[in-house]
Ligand binder design. Structure first.
Ligand SMILES: Cc1cc2nc3c(=O)[nH]c(=O)nc-3n(C[C@H](O)[C@H](O)[C@H](O)COP(=O)(O)OP(=O)(O)OC[C@H]3O[C@@H](n4cnc5c(N)ncnc54)[C@H](O)[C@@H]3O)c2cc1C
Length: 544
């Protein structure tokens, strides 16, 4: 992973001239081209961790698995939000951990937590490092040091229970490897977020991730049937049946807790049969409103395809833009929906969680043809026009490439960032307008694109991409806009995050969402599981 940007540096691409022209002519991007400093130029704070503590950590996990070198520290500084990248590109390593510790087992994690609690050292669980909400930056105040707990060595598929269709997997497994290991048994998780190439299973659970095929396979939290968690107070083993009436479900307390309550060291996950067949296609709707109504009908009355997303007019226009055609496409492009079908050989409600709430059928057990036919009938009945497979296949080919484009746009002097929310269907238009208005009010004339990214019977999530000309202090520029848009989301009744999580960036808005009593409950749980407050301090829960 590129330390100052996204992904495999070999996949970095130059911006095509038409996009440069768009930046210049439409957004007024005039800033000179910038490059990231060299990794050796990153300014790191002095290591404050006392040598005896380092000695204890080395004794716990092995000397080779405690790293204090600059390279390891830089690569574990922050996540991958745009402000994170802007700071890293400028050589600001001020939030680097003192050391990176790589445990090899659940027992190792317990021992590391014991040592760190005894010496008041903050611990930041680190999966793939792809957080976009400031989930990997600990508040150092009052701590003897900060350790990044990299779970990369916990990367085994432990067992597969083919009868129950579950797999026990370790948290440090990156998604592509997890899929490869499951494929040997004929299974898939079906979890394909845009960060797929680098994010880990533990990170998905800790941040309640949602993938691009969530209509068919569900969110990641739907997939978790059991987990083992190491906390400074000991081990939690949760989940002995798919559903239970034995009190509140404590799995739900850990899901989304972003490393603030404990470290997930093992996951028991629901799996699906690997699809025998896949197909993606495009549909055109007159307007975002018309397209949203069609998606709502599918989500409420079925059948649900596996992938379902709808771009608004602006995203459709930019997404379809070809050199020289942008003006022509600006009017009348309508809205593009991507619809994907994967046959998982099932007739049950794959996308709806274990008990089917909120969805209808996906896989048909008889190939995808009949599902496709039934979905097509609903979409054409709602005014959609099928554009054939090309737009769908082109989306599927490029589904992981947008983060690379962000790096090129940053280098070209633009600021580009994404944000997301969700709400009930009846409130979605207001939420959509509130976000756009707020971004325009803060940023002048940004390009704001949106798509419906995940659908449910009762509502949907909206995913926005913003591109704007960079100001003199681009981090401050974005942070001001982000505060305003977070307030606007809360005021419009949306949730501050559908799938990115809370981290540090959303904790005030999250507190506003759940109220004072809600925050007190979180503090109570944290106080019980982590009495010294060493786990991810400053993340999830606002400081007192
Ligand atoms: C380009 C890009 C595209 C993205 N696309 C999507 C998307 O489509 N859908 C989506 O849901 N998200 C997306 N994200 C956000 C991010 O990938 C997810 O939040 C993902 O779940 C993070 O996984 P990770 O392994 O990288 O976790 P990290 O970033 O390493 O950690 C995330 C949080 O979880 C904690 N944590 C990590 N592992 C554990 C563990 N084992 N136990 C306890 N706590 C832990 C960390 O301390 C941190 O607070 C995207 C991010 C980027 C940069």
């Amino acid at each position: 992973m590129l330390w100052s940007g996204w992904g495999d540096p070999a996949k970095a691409s130059e911006l095509p001239e038409p996009i440069r022209a768009l930046l210049r002519d439409l957004l007024g991007v005039r800033a000179p081209e910038t490059r990231a400093v060299g990794i050796e130029e990153v300014r790191l704070p002095a290591v404050t961790l006392p040598p005896p503590v380092l000695g204890e950590l080395r004794a716990a996990v092995g000397a080779d698995h405690v790293r204090c070198d600059d390279d390891a520290r830089v690569r574990h500084t922050r996540g991958k939000s745009t402000p994170d990248l802007m700071r890293m590109r400028a050589g600001d390593g001020s939030e680097a951990p003192d050391a990176v510790v790589l445990p090899g087992s659940h027992a190792d994690v317990l021992e590391v937590l014991r040592i760190c609690a005894a010496h008041r050292v903050a611990v930041v669980p680190f999966g793939g490092g792809t957080s976009v909400v400031g989930g990997l930056t600990a508040d150092r105040r009052g701590f003897a040091g900060v350790v990044a707990l990299d779970l990369g060595r916990l990367d085994r598929l432990v067992s597969v229970d083919a009868e129950s269709m579950t797999a026990e997997m370790e948290p440090g497994l990156r998604a592509p490897r997890a899929e490869r290991l499951l494929a040997r048994h004929g299974f898939t998780l079906g979890h394909f977020p845009q960060s797929f190439e680098y994010a880990t299973l533990g990170g998905f659970a800790a941040a309640r991730s949602s993938g691009q095929a969530s209509a068919g396979y569900g969110r990641f939290d739907d997939m978790v049937v059991g987990m083992t968690v190491a906390t400074p107070r000991g081990t939690l083993d949760l989940g002995r049946a798919p559903k239970s009436a034995a009190g509140p479900d404590l799995r739900q307390v850990i899901l989304g807790s972003e490393g603030a309550f404990g470290v997930i060291t093992s996951l028991r996950l629901r799996v699906r049969r690997a699809p025998a067949e896949r197909a993606y296609e495009g549909w055109r709707f007159e307007s975002f409103q018309a397209g949203s109504a069609a998606l709502r009908r599918l989500a409420q009355e079925g059948p649900l395809p596996t992938v379902l997303r709808l771009s608004d007019e602006t995203e459709t226009m930019v997404g379809l833009a070809r050199p020289g055609e942008i003006g022509a496409l600006a009017s009348g492009a309508g809205c593009l929906a991507i619809v994907g079908y994967e046959d998982t050989g099932e007739s049950g409600p794959a996308g709806a969680g274990e008990d089917g709430a909120g969805g209808t059928t996906t896989g048909t057990g008889g190939g995808i043809a009949s599902l496709r036919e039934r979905v097509a009938a609903v979409l054409s009945g709602a005014g959609g026009v099928c554009l054939g497979p090309e737009p769908g296949e082109s989306w599927a080919r490029g589904r992981y490439s947008a983060p690379y484009l962000r790096d090129s746009l940053l280098a070209a002097g633009a600021t580009v960032e994404t944000l997301e929310t969700a709400g009930f269907w009846s409130g979605l238009p207001r939420l959509y307008d509130a976000v756009r208005l707020s971004l325009h009010a803060s940023l002048g004339s940004p390009l704001v694109m949106c798509h419906v990214s995940h659908v449910y019977g009762t509502g949907a999530s909206l995913y926005f991409t913003v591109v704007t000309a960079r100001s003199g202090d681009p981090v401050a520029q974005w942070e001001t806009a982000k505060r305003a848009v977070s307030d606007a989301i809360v005021a419009a009744g949306g949730t501050i995050s559908h799938h990115h999580g809370v981290g540090r960036d959303h904790r005030e808005a999250y507190a506003a969402e759940i109220g004072e009593l809600g925050v007190e409950i979180l503090r109570g749980i944290k106080g019980r599981l982590d009495p010294e407050g060493i786990l991810n301090p400053g993340v999830l829960i606002p400081p007192l």
